[in-house]
Design a protein around this ligand. Structure first.
Ligand SMILES: *Cc1c(COP(=O)(O)O)cnc(C)c1O
Length: 421
């Protein structure tokens, strides 16, 4: 089936009441038929609802639909993108291990990996997405995951996904892609060799800036990397916290199973059923919106590229972009999403222009149907050191735009008055 169809029907085929819309199951817990039924559920002999921290029928539809859209085996929905990323790492790494993380990443991912995980004894080794040979040199026996963003927020530079996947395959190490900005409409990293995909669904998935959420999807091929692999002994050896369960031997998608049984159980960053429902509504129109976001962003990018006061425009959809070949190779119909960056002469000039925008709102978000401008150096990336800023591709003069669904002519008029004002 095509993704537009999956986005409308995946994971839900009606119920006894015949409701067309997926119902919101606003409940914390579920009644068992008997103590035996309860025991079977806890022992995984029967797969049913126990408690909403672990599973919920509304969230289940979101998870199934997302897994289908990413062509994965299973998905776990989380309360936010930040928790989905944390779960991806926490599912594989423990004190003494290391993870390889792209420097070109969301600011929150850099603080999570560089500071919070460090306090848990997990070391982040950063690599430049343009130097994958150097990345390979960072791998050792304690490396548990390679992590990158398909379209990095905010630098929007692309990397060669198949090349990273090749290195990950050679070392039998899990590859995780943050697909927040590209969305499954543009790119399906699991079909290009990634093992896990994470998303902040707070962005394009919800679409109208309505709900925070995250999702983690695993590949149908992940067992090939986990089975008999000493790197991942906690998947192949009995889990004492779950009466000796061996995740790779249950016959269920192992990465999601462990995330549900251990991480949702113990950390509990679970979405509310209402947010899951909002995200399902968002998915229904995602394909249409991504097409429009991409078309409008290309128009705005071309306009900025021609403007004499603009030093540089980062948008892989531009034919002049060094990443245009990768964009054509990896993204559906050359779409490049609504995220673009442009550079002005100085930090002061960027702040002046950002402050003068009227239709673009100054917001630390992306993927809304309303257009957004951000000055990363003073907001999302303020907590990063000078070195981390350079790594993330953030300069003082950089303004990030998330092009919404307004008419592009109105957006260009707003940019003109702000830049020339
Ligand atoms: C926003 C974002 C996150 C964090 O997601 P939240 O839903 O805000 O927790 C992670 N990665 C990328 C690429 C993002 O844009």
């Amino acid at each position: 089936m095509h993704q537009e169809t999956i986005a409308l029907h995946g994971g839900y085929d009606g119920n006894e009441q015949g409701t067309m819309a997926v119902p919101i199951y606003q409940t914390t817990a579920y009644a068992f038929d008997s103590t035996e039924h309860a025991a079977d559920l806890f022992a995984l002999k029967d797969l049913g609802n126990i408690y909403t921290r672990l599973m919920n029928p509304t969230t289940d539809v979101l998870e199934k639909r997302f897994a289908l859209m990413e062509e994965g085996a299973a998905a776990i929905a989380t309360a936010s993108g930040a928790s989905a990323i944390f779960y991806a790492f926490a599912n594989v790494a423990e004190a003494g291990d290391n993870i390889l993380v792209a420097k070109q990443a969301y600011g929150g991912t850099t603080t999570l990996t560089g500071h919070t995980l460090k306090r848990f004894g997990i070391e982040a080794r950063y690599f430049d997405i343009h130097d994958l040979d150097a990345m390979e040199q960072l791998i050792d026996a304690r490396s548990k995951m390679i992590f990158f963003e398909v379209i990095p927020n905010p630098s929007v530079e692309l990397t060669d996904i198949e090349k990273i996947a090749g290195i990950a395959a050679k070392h039998r190490i899990l590859l995780c892609a943050d697909n927040t900005v590209a969305t499954p409409i543009l790119c399906k990293p699991l079909t290009l060799g990634a093992d896990v995909v994470v998303h902040s669904t707070s962005k394009y998935t919800t679409g109208q800036g309505l709900a925070l959420g995250g999702v983690m999807v695993e590949s149908q091929m992940i067992l090939e990397k986990l089975a008999d692999n000493p790197r991942y002994s906690h998947f192949t050896e009995p889990d004492e916290s779950y009466h000796g369960l061996v995740y790779t031997e249950v016959g269920l998608p192992p990465f999601s199973l462990r995330a549900r049984l251990a991480l949702l159980r113990d950390f509990g960053a679970t979405p509310s059923p209402f947010n899951s429902w909002l995200l399902i509504q968002g998915l229904e129109t995602l394909a249409l919106r991504m097409k429009q976001h991409s078309e409008s962003a290309l128009e705005v990018a071309k306009f900025l590229e021609r403007h004499p006061k603009v030093k540089k425009v980062n948008y892989p959809g531009l034919t002049s972009s060094p990443d245009h070949v990768l964009c054509q190779k990896y993204f559906t119909e050359g779409m490049a999403s609504g995220l673009l960056g442009f550079e002005l002469e100085s930090k002061e000039e960027a702040q002046r222009v950002a402050d003068a925008l009227k239709l673009f709102k100054l917001v630390v978000n992306i993927g809304d149907s309303k257009s957004i401008a951000t000055h990363p150096a003073s907001t999302t990336h303020q907590q990063l050191s000078e070195q981390e800023l350079i790594g993330a591709g953030v300069t003082g003069g950089l303004i990030r735009l998330s092009i919404g669904l307004e008419h592009p002519a109105d957006l260009m008029a707003d940019l003109t008055q702000a830049i020339e004002g």
